[in-house]
Design a protein. Structure first.
Length: 348
């Protein structure tokens, strides 16, 4: 495995034309691995050139003077990377403090010191860039009246419900797999040692490998587990958690401790995967929000005070007119069309 120190040594030897054939192959392979690596080597090569060539048998050197020249050149070459300069100054000061004045005036040791500093600068640049790789994210979204299947790099699969989205990194961390969810999704997480963490605006869900559903909107998060065990906590309070097992449900409201476990039939509640909509004691405004996403419509509720009516029912792939008619029958309401894909729901 190529460490930053090994890359540093190879770059330094290449700039001194001191690479073996095998080392040259390794360096070329590293540069061809990505444009960023090649650009990094060219950047180091430019710094080496800007600093000027060092003679093999240099004359007596006034090291303080030479440091001033080198620092001036580095300042010009490294304006865009002040962190590198700070590290360089620290290294320089430490080396100077450990070298007696009588030794500093010896030319060969001065040359060795300058070469060492150059190697250290290269090492710092490479190390910083290896640790500051651009973190790239992908966003997957399902529009209204649409469902989207997503396959993650670890083999996990996610089905996004209408009007939902997830954000994931191109490459997971070595110690965790993290996903940010907005909306609703069914997760089938591949089993491995790294925990899979699903973050919502107000909750944190952690698993090693299992199947479960997460719904999150309006600072509420509900978790329904089909298989295995899920750890649920408020996003800002990781210590107060519940363990939700198969055919159980729990939820986090605002940033409160998760509400106690409730036994359910998980398959019934995740029927949306097959087009079924299941609601239990669901506020009318939450119900309307869901059918707006599922059918890609707009529904205006009049008056405001009926939004908190509670609805229980199952709608199995029904046309929108039948869904609205059923709701009106339940609460003694009326509905009418107010335009293309727009409806008004009102009291009689």
């Amino acid at each position: 495995m190529l460490t930053h120190s090994k890359i540093s040594r190879l770059c330094t030897k290449a700039l001194q034309n001191d690479l073996s054939e095998n080392e040259m192959d390794i360096l070329n392979s590293w540069m061809e691995k990505s444009p960023a690596n090649k650009a990094e080597f060219n950047h180091i090569k430019k710094m080496w050139t800007d600093l000027g060539s060092l003679p093999v048998n240099p004359p007596a050197v006034d090291l303080k003077n030479e440091w001033a020249v080198i620092e001036k050149k580095i300042n010009a070459a490294q304006k865009s990377k002040p962190d590198i300069l700070n590290r360089f100054y620290i290294l320089k000061d430490r080396l100077e403090s450990f070298i007696p004045f009588t030794v500093k005036t010896k030319p060969r040791l001065a040359f060795t010191l300058a070469a060492l500093i150059m190697a250290l600068i290269i090492s710092v640049i490479i190390f910083q860039n290896l640790n500051e790789k651009e973190i790239r994210y992908q966003t997957f979204s399902a529009a209204n009246k649409q469902k989207v299947d997503v396959r993650l790099s670890d083999g996990s699969s996610i089905k996004l419900n209408s009007g939902s989205s997830i954000i994931v990194r191109d490459e997971f961390d070595d110690d965790k797999r993290e996903v940010k969810l907005n909306g609703e999704a069914y997760f089938d997480v591949a089993k491995e040692n790294r925990p899979c963490i699903i973050l919502t605006d107000n909750a944190k869900i952690e698993v090693l490998g299992t199947s479960f559903n997460v719904w999150t909107r309006d600072n509420q998060t509900r978790v329904i587990v089909k298989e295995g065990t899920v750890r649920l906590s408020a996003v800002n309070s990781d210590h107060d958690f519940v363990l939700v097992q198969a055919d159980q449900m729990s939820q986090v409201i605002e940033n409160e401790t998760p509400i106690g476990i409730k036994n359910i039939q998980a398959d019934r509640y995740i029927g949306w995967i097959e087009g079924k909509l299941v609601f239990e004691h669901c506020p009318l405004d939450e119900f309307i929000g869901e059918i707006e996403r599922q059918y890609n419509i707009d529904v205006d509720i009049q008056p405001e005070n009926i939004k908190h009516l509670k609805l229980t029912g199952t709608f199995d792939n029904l046309p929108i007119d039948q869904v609205l008619a059923s709701v009106c029958l339940t609460f003694d309401l009326d509905y009418s069309s107010s335009g293309q894909n727009s409806y008004v729901l009102r009291q009689k």
